[in-house]
Write a protein that binds this ligand. Structure first.
Ligand SMILES: Nc1ncnc2c1ncn2[C@@H]1O[C@H](COP(=O)(O)OP(=O)(O)O)[C@@H](O)[C@H]1O
Ligand SMILES: [Mg+2]
Length: 233
């Protein structure tokens, strides 16, 4: 695809992402561990469309999705980070770009994917902000157009990472789970309630999502050890 050479204009874009600013840090190393685990999950089955979700708000879905996207791009693979949180989108804030056009613009066929995607200053990392919030996000995500979107994105990018809203708040992540190849579930240490996490995991299972792993976010660092934990289900 002849992507526009228009890189996101802020020099500070992606600077807030630890994997971009400090790839050698232990936290970046943990993101690479998650990446490796996803790659191992891909041995029998191709895992290229991955969604990041959690039970509630503020648990680190967007942080995890964007850092994972950077980490995959650092392998030299073309990666598309899609803001599929059509309730509280944040990718445009993270990358300091406007959100006039994006995912919803492509889903509603007002613009092509090629014309809407933005190239970032991180090599091989492309983003699709949410675009204007529609009145009917769940309907849009269940549409045929969404299936075509995934197909097209897969033809242009090696990995597509979807940032999503919370599982216990809206049905959107379940709809997406069914269309993606796998999901990453984020738990915020000492904030996510166990019952809620269980309920959310059940919803993912009901959607027949392949749970690629659980990220324990914000686990307190003790004795210089970094306790970001990743484990298979
Ligand atoms: N491990 C962490 N350490 C410090 N701040 C974090 C961590 N994870 C998330 N945050 C911050 O918490 C807020 C919510 O995180 P975010 O990734 O936007 O959550 P969600 O997308 O699940 O709502 C953001 O301001 C983010 O920068
Ligand atoms: Mg978010």
């Amino acid at each position: 695809m002849a992507l526009k050479k228009k890189k996101v204009n802020s020099k500070d874009a992606s600077r807030k992402l630890v994997t971009a600013i400090d790839p050698k840090s232990p936290i970046s190393e943990q993101y690479r561990t998650i990446r490796t685990n996803i790659q191992y999950s891909s041995i029998d089955e191709e895992i290229r469309a991955i969604m990041v979700t959690s039970s509630g708000p503020g648990e680190g879905k967007s942080t995890t999705a964007s850092n994972l996207a950077v980490t995959f791009a650092q392998l030299g693979r073309k990666v598309l980070l899609v803001d599929a949180d059509l309730r509280k989108p944040t990718v445009h804030h993270t990358f300091a770009v406007n959100n006039l056009f994006g995912f919803t613009t492509v889903l509603t066929k007002q613009k092509t994917l090629e014309k809407t995607v933005l190239e970032t200053e991180e090599q091989d990392l492309y983003i699709l902000t949410s675009g204007p919030i529609p009145p009917n996000p769940a309907e849009l995500l269940s549409s045929k157009s969404m299936e075509q979107f995934i197909e097209e994105a897969k033809s242009q990018f090696e990995y597509i990472i979807f940032d999503t809203p919370p599982l216990l708040a809206v049905t959107d992540p379940q709809i997406l789970a069914n269309k993606c190849d796998g999901s990453i579930f984020v738990v915020y240490s000492e904030r996510t309630e166990i019952d809620q996490a269980k309920k959310a995991k059940e919803l993912l299972e009901n959607a027949q999502s392949k749970l690629l792993g659980v990220v324990l976010n914000h686990k307190e660092v003790q004795n210089g050890d970094y306790y970001y934990y990743y484990g298979a289900k």
